[in-house]
Design a protein. Structure first.
Length: 307
C-alpha cells in the first residue's frame, strides 16, 4: 500500500512538473523533462529495491528462527542461493544439495545421520543484526548430540555463532561460516578462524571414554545433573541460564585461576560481570549483567569488537 502511494505521489509530481515547464522554450522544456523523469525513475527504483531487500531480509530472519527451532525440519531452501557455501571447524562445502545433506545428517533426518547420532538438539539464542552491515546476519546457538556408534555413546557439546552473508538484492544466503566458542572467541566478543584441525581435536576429545577425556573436553561436574541451559562453552568458562533466568558463568574444568580468571575472561570478551552468586550449596559463580548476548532481546546487543 505504501509503495503504491509513493508511486502515485511521484506521478503527480511529474504532472505538475510538466505543467510548470510548459512556459519554457520547447527544446529546453523537453531536455529538462527528460532529466527530471530519469532522476525520478532512478530514485523510485532505488527506493523500491531497498524496501524489497529490507522485507526479504526480515523474512530470512524469521526463516532462520524457524529452522533452528525445528532443527531444520524442514530446510527452507528457497531462502538460499544455489551455490551457497558452508564452513565450520569440521566441514567446507558448497552447493544447496550438499548444504541440505549436512543439516539433514546432523538432525538425524538422513540415513547416515540416523546411524551416527541420537539425542541431537540445537538451541537458538538469538538472530542478530551486524551493525552497519545490512548484508550480514548472525545467529547464536548451542548444539549437542550423542554419538551412538561408540558403545559408551559419548555426548558432544558446542556453542558458537553462525555468520551469514546475504545477497544485496535478493537477500538469499550466499555463505555461512560457523565459529565455535572454544576455538575462535576473541577479544571483545569477536571471532577469528580456528587453527587447522582444531575442530577435529575438539570433537575427538569429547568422544573419548571419560577416563581418557582431556580436561579441556570435560564439563563442570556440578552442571551435569541440573536444569541449567548451556549458553556458551568457552575455553576458560561456561555460561548457563538457571530456571530462575539468572545468567552466570562457572570456571571450565582445569582453569586454575578460579572465579578471578573467569571474571577476567568474561571482561576480555566484552561482557559485564556482577556479583558472585551461590548457584548451588557451596558452588559459586559469576553473574552476568545486561546487556549481553542472551538477554530477552539479544539482537540489540553489540559486541565491543563491532562498535
Amino acid at each position: 500500500m505504501a509503495s503504491r502511494m509513493g508511486r502515485s505521489q511521484r506521478a503527480f509530481t511529474v504532472i505538475l512538473m510538466a505543467i510548470s515547464l510548459a512556459g519554457h522554450a520547447p527544446g529546453r522544456s523537453a531536455d529538462m523533462m527528460r532529466m527530471f523523469l530519469t532522476r525520478n525513475a532512478l530514485a523510485g527504483g532505488a527506493s523500491d529495491g531497498a524496501a524489497d531487500f529490507a522485507q526479504r531480509r526480515k523474512e530470512l530472519k524469521r526463516c532462520l528462527e524457524r529452522e533452528y527451532t525445528t532443527f531444520f525440519r524442514p530446510f527452507e531452501e528457497q531462502f538460499y542461493a544455489e551455490e551457497v557455501s558452508f564452513r565450520d571447524p569440521l566441514n567446507d562445502l558448497a552447493g544447496k544439495a550438499k548444504y541440505r545433506a549436512n543439516v539433514e545428517m546432523l538432525s538425524g533426518e538422513s540415513l547416515v545421520g540416523n546411524l551416527l547420532f541420537c539425542d541431537a538438539f540445537i538451541n537458538l539464542h538469538s538472530v542478530e543484526d551486524v551493525p552497519a552491515e545490512p548484508t550480514r546476519l548472525r545467529t547464536r546457538w548451542t548444539l549437542g548430540f550423542a554419538f551412538k556408534l561408540l558403545p559408551w555413546k559419548p555426548k558432544a557439546l558446542f556453542s558458537g555463532v553462525s555468520e551469514y552473508v546475504i545477497d544485496p538484492s535478493t537477500a538469499l544466503v550466499v555463505s555461512q561460516r560457523d565459529f565455535w566458542d572454544t576455538l575462535s572467541l576473541g577479544a571483545g566478543g569477536s571471532y577469528s578462524p580456528e587453527p587447522s584441525f582444531a575442530g577435529v581435536a575438539d570433537l575427538v576429545g569429547q568422544l573419548l571414554p571419560a577416563p581418557l577425556r582431556p580436561v579441556e573436553a570435560q564439563e563442570p561436574a556440578v552442571a551435569m545433573d541440573t536444569d541449567w541451559k548451556l549458553l556458551r562453552r568457552a575455553r576458560a568458562y561456561r555460561v548457563y541460564r538457571a530456571t530462575d533466568s539468572l545468567v552466570f558463568a562457572l570456571a571450565a574444568p582445569g582453569l586454575k585461576a578460579g572465579l578471578e580468571g573467569v571474571e577476567s575472561e568474561l571482561k576480555a570478551h566484552g561482557l559485564k560481570t556482577g556479583e558472585r552468586v551461590e548457584v548451588q550449596k557451596g558452588v559459586w559463580a559469576v553473574e552476568l549483567l545486561s546487556p549481553h548476548p542472551w538477554d530477552a532481546k539479544p539482537s540489540v546487543w553489540t559486541p565491543t569488537a563491532f562498535m
